[in-house]
Design a protein around this ligand. Structure first.
Ligand SMILES: C[S@@+](CC[C@H](N)C(=O)[O-])C[C@H]1O[C@@H](n2cnc3c(N)ncnc32)[C@H](O)[C@@H]1O
Length: 140
């Protein structure tokens, strides 16, 4: 378990969209409560993608249970600081059905980038995240 996890230009180096989702879920799992994630990826992955936008990506990060505590952009890089909530404040994991399909959301020609994050593609992702104030766990 870690207090801080740095994912710098790594998620975009993972070739499979399902593996990227798995990486984010495992990051949550291996982080201590109140721990931080420093996540960086090329801005083009989000601004130029057929499948993903910045807001959709941020929704996914919140859906997994992270708090987004800081966002920053340079002309080429998207940078976000995430925090795992304190024990007892961890939210239920909410994966929207549209995050499981990998459907094209931007059809115009200028969106040529195929970067995406797809949950549940490689079978069930067996990552348990404790639900808020309950003894149950969510199996995604
Ligand atoms: C562009 S480099 C970034 C290196 C460094 N983090 C940085 O910011 O300079 C991408 C790195 O992602 C690593 N990587 C690719 N797929 C990975 C995976 N599935 N799990 C862990 N690391 C992976 C590669 O080994 C490589 O070191």
């Amino acid at each position: 378990m870690f207090d801080v996890i740095i994912n710098s230009m790594v998620i975009n180096s993972v070739p499979d969209a399902g593996d990227r989702a798995e990486m984010l879920l495992k990051t949550m799992r291996h982080l201590n409560y109140k721990g931080y994630v420093f996540l960086m990826l090329p801005l083009l992955c989000l601004n130029n993608s057929k499948f993903l936008t910045k807001s959709k990506f941020e929704d996914m990060l919140r859906g997994i249970g992270f708090d987004v505590v800081l966002k920053k952009e340079t002309p080429k890089i998207f940078f976000v600081v995430l925090q795992k909530p304190a024990a007892g404040e961890v939210r239920d994991v909410k994966i929207k059905s549209e995050w499981r399909t990998g459907a094209v959301i931007r059809k115009e020609k200028k969106y040529r980038n195929t970067f995406s994050v797809v949950f549940g593609r490689n079978g069930e992702t067996k990552v348990k995240v404790k639900a808020k104030n309950k003894n149950k766990t969510n199996l995604i």
